[in-house]
Write a protein that binds this ligand. Structure first.
Ligand code: F6R
Length: 233
C-alpha cells in the first residue's frame, strides 16, 4: 500500500484528482466506483474543474455508486444518489447508460442488490475504486463484523454509520444500507482510499498498523496489490 500523507484536505483532493486523470488518460472508458461523504467531495470538485476545461475528457467514463442509504427517497438531499448526481454525475455529463446505481428506496432491496450485482458482473470488474473509511473502519457499508459479505448486499447499519453527517439530522433515518461487497471492491484493478476528518485519528492508527481483521473492514485493503491511501485531515 502506498501511504501518502498530505498537508491538508486540499492537497489530498488535488493528488487524488491527478491520479484519476492519469488513469482516465490511459483508459477512457474506465469503470470508476464512487464513494460519497466528506472525504471525496473536494476531489470530485477537481474532476469537475477538469471537465469544464476539457469538455470531452470524461466522455467515455463509466460510474458505479459504491453504496446507498436504504429507505430514504432517491431525490432526498441526504441520499448518496443526490450527492453523486450533484457532485459528479451531472457535472461530468455521465448519461444513464454509463451509470450504475442502487435505488435508495427499492420495493425489493434483495432484488435491487441482485440487479446491481448482475450489472457489475457484466461491466466489471471496477477499474478504479474510490473509497473513504468510516471512523469505525467500514468501507462502503461493509461494517465491522465477524464475517464480511463478498458481494452486493443489504447491510445492517451500525450506530456509528447513522451518526454520519449525511443522515445525522434526519428524523426518518435510513433503515438499512445497500452496498457493494468486499470481493467486489477487492477485485478493483486500482483503489484510492481517501482519509479525512478530525474523528479519524484512532482508526488511522489502527489501520496503519497493517493488521488485518474483519472488525476493521478497511484493513482488508492491505491484501490488495495497488492501493493509494491519501491522508489529508
Ligand atoms: C459513503 C461510504 C462511507 C464513507 C465513510 C467515510 O459512500 O461508502 O463508507 O466513505 O463513512 O465518510 P466521510 O468521508 O464522510 O468521513
Amino acid at each position: 500500500m502506498n501511504i501518502i500523507h498530505c498537508r491538508d484536505y486540499e492537497e489530498m483532493s488535488g493528488k487524488a484528482a491527478t491520479l484519476v486523470i492519469q488513469e482516465v488518460e490511459r483508459k477512457k472508458n474506465l469503470l470508476l466506483c464512487a464513494a460519497t461523504g466528506n472525504s471525496p467531495t473536494g476531489f470530485y470538485a477537481k474532476l469537475v474543474e477538469k471537465s469544464e476545461k476539457d469538455k470531452i475528457f470524461f466522455d467515455q467514463l463509466k460510474v458505479i455508486k459504491l453504496d446507498e442509504w436504504g429507505g430514504i427517497p432517491e431525490n432526498h438531499p441526504s441520499s448518496c444518489e443526490y450527492y453523486l448526481q450533484t457532485k459528479l454525475v451531472e457535472p461530468l455529463r455521465i448519461p444513464p447508460e454509463r451509470y450504475i446505481s442502487f435505488q435508495s428506496n427499492p420495493t425489493d432491496p434483495a432484488a435491487e442488490c441482485a440487479r446491481i450485482q448482475a450489472e457489475l458482473d457484466t461491466q466489471g470488474p471496477i477499474d478504479l475504486c474510490i473509497l473513504g473509511i468510516g471512523a469505525n473502519g467500514h468501507i462502503g457499508f461493509n461494517e465491522p463484523a465477524l464475517f464480511l459479505e463478498p458481494h452486493c448486499h443489504i447491510a445492517r447499519l451500525s450506530g456509528h454509520s447513522l451518526t454520519h453527517t449525511m443522515v445525522q439530522s434526519l428524523n426518518d433515518k435510513p433503515t438499512y444500507g445497500l452496498t457493494l461487497g468486499l470481493q467486489d471492491i477487492m477485485r478493483s484493478r486500482k483503489i484510492i482510499l481517501l482519509i479525512s476528518g478530525k474523528n479519524k485519528e484512532q482508526i488511522i492508527q489502527e489501520f496503519l498498523s497493517g493488521k488485518i481483521t474483519t472488525r476493521l473492514p478497511a484493513s482488508l485493503l492491505w491484501l490488495h496489490p495497488d492501493v493509494d491511501c491519501l491522508i489529508g485531515i
